[in-house]
Ligand binder design. Structure first.
Ligand code: SF4
Length: 162
């Protein structure tokens, strides 16, 4: 897996102050995508064990509420194995911090994935330009849902956060 950017302090992509990882590669190709350069799976740099260690160290600050995964597409089959390992390690070290994941897939299509054991909040669905609303918190278009993953597991209809 390649990644484009790590934001060591981010307040725009999830609750509280967070560390955000933007991975490379996305096949959704939404019209009006905010990050088209990251459609390319080869964009950016390789995600190595050193990079993972850097992220864990960045998260090990008392004011960091958790880790956010964005893209690109974190749940793409090309990226998910690496992120599964990152999420598992993160939760072992920081059981009280949260993981937010932004995906272009819908909850109904990804809720069975093993990585959901570690994700607290899933912001789901493709970006739809016609539904773009700047007043929305933590999402770009009104079709996207902010889902409480642990509350929603095993349920047909997802439980929305707050
Ligand atoms: S899912 Fe996200 S990264 Fe992928 S095309 Fe849509 S807006 Fe862009």
């Amino acid at each position: 897996m390649n990644y484009a950017t790590i934001k060591p302090v981010d307040i725009a992509n999830g609750e509280g102050v967070r560390v955000s990882l933007f991975v490379s590669g996305c096949t959704h190709h939404c019209k009006g995508c905010f990050n088209q350069v990251a459609w390319d799976f080869d964009y950016g740099q390789p995600f190595t064990s050193e990079v993972e260690r850097d992220i864990i160290n960045l998260c090990d600050r008392h004011y960091i509420r958790g880790l956010s995964l964005l893209g690109g597409e974190p749940l793409d089959p090309n990226n998910i194995e690496t992120l599964f390992a990152l999420c598992r390690n993160f939760k072992q070290i920081f059981p009280d911090k949260t993981i937010w994941c932004y995906t272009g897939y819908k909850w109904e299509d990804v809720n069975h994935l093993e990585i959901m054991n570690y994700i607290d909040i899933l912001v789901d669905g493709q970006f739809v330009q016609e539904l773009r609303d700047l007043r929305l918190r933590f999402r770009g278009s009104s079709n996207q849902r902010i889902i409480d993953v642990q509350m929603s597991r095993g349920k047909e209809t997802p439980i929305l956060w707050r």
